[in-house]
Write a new protein. Structure first.
Length: 258
């Protein structure tokens, strides 16, 4: 295992990502400590989603190194050269991150409980009893006690997103990644999902949250990164950055959204 000695939960070193000719990430450096709630903001197309997708290997990086809990992701370094890991090792590494998407991506033919049980049962190989107990506990944690037997089509968007959060937590990831988790929701459903994420943040789970909710970023985050054109152009404590941004691009963005 290629280990980083830094002790960060997530570490990105000089990450570049190209989609064909599009240079979506341009030398990104990101360090997220254990227990930190890192919030990423910035204009549409600035690379926030790509950043998350490179952490959990949904996208392959074009250059640089990603570590999760000190383990190099996707590659093994031998004799100064990087060799891609086989798919089985990549799949195992991907389990250390839990991803929550804009669209909830639940299995439509499974109940809320079955959706949450799927990973531990089939990937972790837990017993049905243990998995059911864990899934029930998680559904209660996200406020869905009593709705375990519902199918996604019979849940509101906010409820579906809370099932998706419980499903990601069921795999006991080292870090939770949220990609604009409330942007597909009707406004009146945003609060219930943010409440769940706030609760998780307070429980000490390490998270990276891409969000348009600046008030939420200020209140819940303890590390804010502002992205523009594939780069992190400013970072710091959310209250400090949001109150007195230093970079002109951050100033311009915040003047539009605050
Ligand atoms: P954000 O999340 O900040 O809106 P993205 O990470 O989605 O930004 O996109 C960053 C850039 O990469 C944009 O120019 C976008 O058009 C481009 N991009 C994202 N995904 C793809 C893809 N699958 N293929 C080609 N270009 C992409």
């Amino acid at each position: 295992m290629e280990a980083s000695i830094s002790g960060f939960c997530v570490e990105m070193q000089n990450i570049h990502k190209f989609y064909g000719a599009v240079h979506a990430l341009k030398g990104v450096e990101l360090r997220v400590k254990r227990g930190e709630v890192c919030v990423a903001i910035g204009p549409s197309g600035s690379g926030k989603s790509t950043l998350l997708r490179c952490i959990n290997q949904l996208e392959s990086i074009s250059a640089g190194r990603v570590f999760v809990k000190g383990e190099l992701q996707g590659f093994v370094e031998r004799g100064g050269r990087f060799h891609p890991l086989p798919p089985s090792r990549v799949a195992a590494q991907r389990r250390s991150t839990g991803m929550v998407f804009q669209r909830f991506n639940l299995f439509p033919h499974m109940t809320a409980l079955e959706n949450v049980m799927e990973g531990p049962l089939h990937v972790k190989g837990w017993s049905r009893e243990r998995t059911r107990a864990k899934a029930t506990e998680l559904l209660t944690r996200v406020g869905l006690n009593g709705l375990a037997g519902r199918y996604p089509a019979h849940l509101s968007g906010g409820q579906q997103q809370r099932v998706a959060i419980a499903r990601a937590l069921a795999m006991e990831p080292e870090v939770m990644l949220f990609d604009e988790p409330t942007s597909a929701l009707d406004p009146e459903l945003v609060g219930e999902v943010l409440d769940v994420i706030r609760d998780l943040a307070q429980s000490g789970i390490t998270m990276v949250v891409v969000t348009h909710e600046i008030g939420f970023a200020r209140e819940v985050g303890n590390h804010l990164v502002f992205m523009d054109q594939g780069q992190i152009v400013e970072e710091g404590h959310p209250r400090a950055v949001l109150a007195s941004p230093k970079n002109p691009r951050t100033v311009a963005f915040l003047s539009k959204v605050l």
